[in-house]
Unconditional design. Structure first.
Length: 122
């Protein structure tokens, strides 16, 4: 009788420690997780004067000290030139009156300057 108790204990202990190889998975667990859509949560502010090395924007009035806590200035734009018509997504200014092809080499147009009188592309 003693051997039977010991054997049943060994079998029960081995079953408790064994991984469940054939456990059914829920429908949610069977589907791969969708990758979160990564977007630029730090959109360029209209008053940005510099792009920092860590891809954040600075509104500093001077280049000295701008982005000091963000790895330094990667690109300095400064204040907007007089009569600019638009701002590119990388921070550059568009000063041409014609809007067609604006900022094509700079990632596209971030926004247009509504105060400037520009010819509409036809």
């Amino acid at each position: 009788m003693r051997r039977l108790v010991v054997r049943s204990f060994v079998v029960a202990a081995s079953l408790a420690c064994a991984p469940l190889a054939f456990a059914p998975m829920s429908a949610a667990a069977q589907k791969p997780a969708k990758a979160a859509k990564v977007s630029n949560s730090m959109a360029m502010p209209r008053t940005a004067t510099a792009r920092c090395s860590d891809s954040t924007w600075s509104k500093a009035a001077s280049q000295q000290g701008a982005c000091s806590a963000h790895g330094g200035v990667a690109k300095w734009f400064g204040k907007a030139p007089k009569g600019y018509t638009g701002r590119c997504k990388d921070g550059e200014y568009w000063t041409n009156e014609e809007q067609r092809g604006a900022c094509s080499a700079h990632g596209g147009v971030a926004y247009w300057n509504k105060k400037a009188k520009a010819k509409k592309a036809s």
